[in-house]
Design a binder for this molecule. Structure first.
Ligand SMILES: *Cc1c(COP(=O)(O)O)cnc(C)c1O
Length: 430
């Protein structure tokens, strides 16, 4: 465990200058494969008797720095980076589960994750029950004999609900299943789910961690705290046909899960990150703390301003005292509540579209966590496929606008929104 502080670890963890010819920046090791010393060395690497590089689908020295750095920042024992946040989630669940297994998940999830659980995984025999995470017994009540994971987002996108992680962690512990937390919107600077009982933490690195909207990436971080020998996970305690009889829980102990993700998950599903993207994301990670502080400040100030505008019917930002998640935000996100703000406008669907079509500094696109401000009207774009009932549970109403507040000067962002609000017909606002 590192004793150094966040900003120091974000710059240094996982990288040894003396092993890299003195290069101060982490170099890009753009190589597909690695030369073995001899056949015995190769045999040892394949049998895990020795650790080392084999092939970039499984490991890479640039990616290794990113993995160690994020494991340190989240307080985990090890991590595996992947090509995207979506592939981090899919690789985690496909490594953990088999046909016949069941997941209990929060109903407030990123759209892509929701579809994976609702439509795609059932085709492979893995089903999910979605629950309202604000109900304190929801996970226990929905758990079945074949349940093998609880899955949530710490700060839901786009509902912005702050989850009571300690309560859900206790339910997962009681039911002896791993508690998996997507911590993308909060980032490891604002929240460390492992401190509150999470067993596995996932990020889309594409968002705040890279921060510049230039590279896709994902990561899976293992807390090393889950007991895979509790009888529910024979793939970890019996000889693995997928890795010449290896018994993960004996050979790798606390690292059983994250090792299986690497040597079976990455090997078989192939969702490796490019070393170039790993390098790019390392550049972003170096300044995560100062950026996410500023994103949070700008978002809070803009949310406060929005509350006073006559065109606006409601504002949702967990840092506002008026938010129904205010108490949980003070407990879990005391350093800031990240950069996403949602609000409703008079005139609903049409007004919301007008605003999204008019802003200039706020770019109309489907992403979050960029240094530049972004805007989207989910009901006409990312969430147009949802039923009315699903729109309600995910919090996506027709009048909802989602802002990802960037690092621009606040005054300029306000002028941009004022100009867009002015396009709404007067009779709609009166
Ligand atoms: C964007 C996002 C993802 C998916 O990540 P990609 O890198 O786009 O694949 C997963 N979870 C959350 C909360 C996200 O915002």
């Amino acid at each position: 465990m590192s004793t150094q502080k966040f900003s120091t670890n974000a710059l240094h963890a996982g990288y040894d200058v003396t092993q890299n010819g003195g290069t101060r920046a982490v170099p890009i090791y753009q190589s597909t494969a690695y030369v073995f010393n001899d056949s015995d060395h190769a045999a040892n690497l394949f049998s895990l008797a020795e650790t080392g590089n084999i092939y970039t689908r499984i490991n890479n020295p640039t990616t290794d720095v990113l993995e160690q750095r994020l494991a340190t920042l989240e307080g985990g024992i090890a991590a595996v980076a992947t090509a995207s946040g979506a592939s981090a989630i899919a690789t985690t669940l496909l490594t953990l589960l088999k046909a016949g297994d069941h997941i209990v998940a929060s109903n407030s999830l990123y759209g892509g994750t929701y579809n994976l659980l609702k439509v795609t995984l059932p085709r492979h025999g893995v089903t999910t029950t979605f629950v309202d995470p604000s109900d304190p017994d929801a996970f226990t009540n929905a758990a079945q004999e074949n349940t093998r994971a609880f899955f949530v987002e710490s700060l839901g996108n786009p509902k912005l609900d702050v989850l009571d992680l300690e309560n859900i962690a206790a339910q997962a512990k009681g039911f002896k299943v791993p508690f998996i937390v997507d911590n993308t919107v909060a980032t490891p600077y604002l929240l460390n789910p492992i401190k509150h009982g999470a067993n596995i933490v996932i990020h889309s690195l594409t968002k705040y961690i890279n921060g510049n909207g230039t590279a896709l990436g994902g990561i899976i971080i293992d807390a090393g705290t889950f007991d895979w020998t509790n009888g529910k996970f024979p793939e970890f305690t019996e000889p693995s046909a997928g890795y010449h009889g290896l018994v993960y829980s004996e050979a790798l102990e606390a690292a059983a899960f994250i090792a299986k993700v690497r040597i079976e998950g990455l090997r078989d599903y192939g969702s490796a990150i490019s070393p170039f993207n790993a390098f790019q994301i390392i550049q972003g990670l170096e300044t995560l703390d100062i950026r996410i502080k500023k994103h949070s400040e700008n978002a809070f100030a803009l949310a406060t301003w929005l509350q006073k505008q006559e065109e606006v019917t409601w504002v949702n930002y967990p840092g506002l005292a008026t938010s129904e998640y205010s108490e949980l935000a003070q407990k879990y996100l005391p350093k800031g509540q990240s950069g996403i703000v949602t609000f409703g406008v008079k005139g609903g669907y049409e007004s919301a579209k007008t605003i999204a079509d008019t802003t200039k500094l706020f770019s109309l696109l489907a992403n979050i966590g960029d240094t530049k401000s972004l805007i989207i009207h989910p009901a006409s774009t990312t969430h147009q496929q949802l039923t009315l009932e699903e729109q309600e549970s995910t919090g996506v109403t027709n009048d909802l606008i989602r802002l990802s507040v960037g690092l621009e000067n606040l005054d300029d962002l306000i002028v941009d929104l004022e100009e867009a609000f002015a396009k709404i017909p007067k009779e709609v606002i009166a």
